[in-house]
Design a protein around this ligand. Structure first.
Ligand code: 3PG
Length: 306
């Protein structure tokens, strides 16, 4: 049986070696489609795949139609908004993610962006320090927890809001839980976003929340661009010369933001939060092992289209 690694943004070579080893040890064959530029290449590569490992690569109904032998798709990472779960279920394809495997990498980048913001995008002017500043973590999952752990080392005062995580869990980490997103944004100068892109969260971060942030507000986004209401973000940046937006996911209106707010806006050219050898090894090999365990033993532990 064939396992296809289809990654428009490839894993580090060392991770691919690890994936190959895990796949071959499981008696399966590995095929690679890296840095593809056309959907047609993906449609062709999936034809004889029994399993696929992806990153942010889009798996929609057309891909699933083309993949006649497909039994499982594993998103090597956390967010699976790039996979059409309904279509996968209709095609009897199991979809999994690899929760937690790349979260430290994303959290380290979030803190890196915070330092970059505090030091005025390294433009040589006098900046500020993170020590003693209030940080609001929006969603306390695997990445949020790692952000809290690292931010403690910087001496930040840490708050978190998560509609699905019990307060006691947040408190146990020495982080202050708050009752609503509104309270989090009103309280914290720094906000680090870790919400997934869902029907409920898309466009949910807009003028009301952002304009309520304290003076010197910095919004860090290592989650998804879709959760931001982009026109309203522009409005906030226009109204508040003290507001900074630093993101790892290039917004749809990047050109406008870069032109109008160059001193207070930054985006990485390509999402790179999880782009470390360690995260690639962890998530990639976890994905390979989950596929082997599913195909051999029927283990569905990490299935997300239940
Ligand atoms: C994730 O959801 O795991 C992160 O956003 C990383 O995505 P990537 O694998 O496309 O870098």
């Amino acid at each position: 049986m064939k396992v296809l690694v289809a990654t428009e943004k490839p894993f580090a070579a060392v991770a691919v070696n690890g994936i190959r080893e895990a796949v071959e040890k499981g008696g399966l064959e590995l095929a690679l489609l890296e840095k593809y530029t056309e959907k047609a290449q993906l449609l062709d590569a999936v034809k004889d795949a029994d399993a696929i490992i992806i990153r942010s690569d889009k798996v929609d109904a057309e891909v699933l139609d083309a993949a006649k032998q497909l039994k499982i798709v594993v998103r090597a990472g956390a967010g699976y908004d790039n996979v059409d779960l309904e279509a996968a279920t209709a095609h009897n394809v199991c979809v999994m993610n690899t929760p937690g495997q790349n979260s430290n990498a994303v959290a380290e980048l979030a803190l890196g962006l915070m330092v970059y913001g505090a030091r005025n995008l390294y433009n040589g002017t006098s900046g500020t320090e993170l020590k003693g500043k209030k940080l609001g973590i929006h969603a306390y999952g695997n990445v949020g927890r790692n952000v809290a752990r690292i931010a403690k080392g910087f001496g930040m005062e840490i708050y978190a809001y998560d509609a699905f995580c019990p307060s006691e869990v947040i408190e146990a980490d020495g982080v202050k839980p708050v009752a609503s997103a509104e309270e989090l944004y009103k309280t914290c100068q720094y906000i680090s976003l870790h919400i997934p892109a869902t029907k409920e969260t898309k466009n949910s971060i807009g003028h009301a929340l952002l304009s309520s942030m304290p003076k010197g507000a910095v919004l860090i986004n290592t989650a998804r661009k879709e959760v931001i209401n982009e026109p309203e973000l522009v409005k906030v940046l226009e109204e508040r010369p003290d507001f900074k937006y630093l993101t790892d996911i290039m917004p749809g209106n990047h050109a406008e933001l870069a032109e109008k707010f160059a001193a207070r806006y930054f985006s990485t050219p390509k999402k790179m939060g999880a782009q470390t050898a360690e995260a690639n090894i962890n998530a990639g090999i976890a994905a390979a092992n989950q596929i082997v365990d599913f195909l051999k033993n029927g283990n569905r532990k990490f299935q997300v289209n239940k």
